[in-house]
Ligand binder design. Structure first.
Ligand code: ATP
Ligand code: MG
Length: 237
């Protein structure tokens, strides 16, 4: 039997800003699957949303500060250095050619997984990597998936993690982690309200990241979300 190299794991995202939802996800999956490291890969030009509010340089700086207390996490800036849309399939192709003998693991929150069929060349993802899906509050995995994704799920769902080491790609594995009801959107909303009525942000992201945000005055005057609109949104929920 041929032995494969250790898996290479990545968590893509906008990280606008990075928070404990991302960090605990990555570090709990790393521990549960005994991975050498998990790469956090910030998108340069995310395909499914408007431009990130913070610059690429600020998002990288926040990630570098954030991983200090999380051994085994590292920041991989290739999507920011690469021109064009930050398609995950391109990132996985690069990793595959760099690490031909390593299984690739693509970590995804349940919300991202449910939207997978909208991703560029989404079915190619299974040729390149295994998917490791983690639950996320507000996005359950029990209700029916989009039909095309449901088909892949039936073929690929692995009940135990052994294929993640014995094959290069192709399985979908669900890894239980502790629930983190945290999102960058809620953090940006909270920061926009400062100094009036600021909800406590301290438990949501590392203190060094919060200090960086405050010192650079990030997320204070969002270009795309006028205060009124944010206020209305908040009152609806
Ligand atoms: P935004 O609110 O701006 O969309 P976000 O908090 O959803 O930000 P992203 O950068 O969009 O963060 O997410 C990157 C990846 O991390 C996605 O796969 C997402 O599902 C996952 N993720 C983010 N936060 C959590 C969380 N609290 N629990 C589980 N997965 C998460
Ligand atoms: Mg998101």
């Amino acid at each position: 039997m041929t032995t494969l190299d250790a898996p290479v794991a990545m968590l893509g995202g906008t990280f606008d800003p990075v928070h404990y939802g991302h960090l605990r996800l990555a570090s709990e999956v790393r521990a549960a699957l005994a991975l050498p490291e998990v790469r956090l890969v910030p998108a340069g030009d995310p395909p499914h949303r408007g431009a990130p509010e913070a610059s690429a340089a600020d998002r990288i700086a926040m990630l570098e500060l954030a991983i200090r207390d999380f051994p085994g996490l590292r920041v991989d800036t290739r999507e920011i250095r690469r021109a064009g849309k930050s398609y995950t399939v391109l990132t996985l192709e690069e990793l595959r050619s760099e690490r031909p003998g390593s299984p690739l693991l693509l970590l995804l929150g349940a919300d991202a997984f449910r939207g997978l069929t909208t991703w560029h060349e989404w079915q190619r993802l299974f040729e390149l990597a295994h998917l490791v899906v983690v639950p996320r509050p507000g996005a359950d995995l029990e209700t029916e998936l989009p039909q095309a994704l449901e088909r892949e799920w039936r073929m690929r769902h692995a009940r135990d993690p052994s294929p993640l080491r014995s094959r290069l790609a192709g399985s979908i594995y669900v890894q239980a982690i502790s629930a983190q009801p945290i999102s960058s959107t809620a953090i940006r909303d909270g920061l926009m309200r400062e100094p009036v009525g600021n909800p406590s942000l301290a438990g949501l992201l590392p203190a060094a990241v919060l200090a960086y945000i405050r010192s650079r005055q990030l997320y204070r005057h969002p270009a795309n979300a006028p205060f009124e609109a944010a206020e209305n949104r908040r009152q609806r929920t």
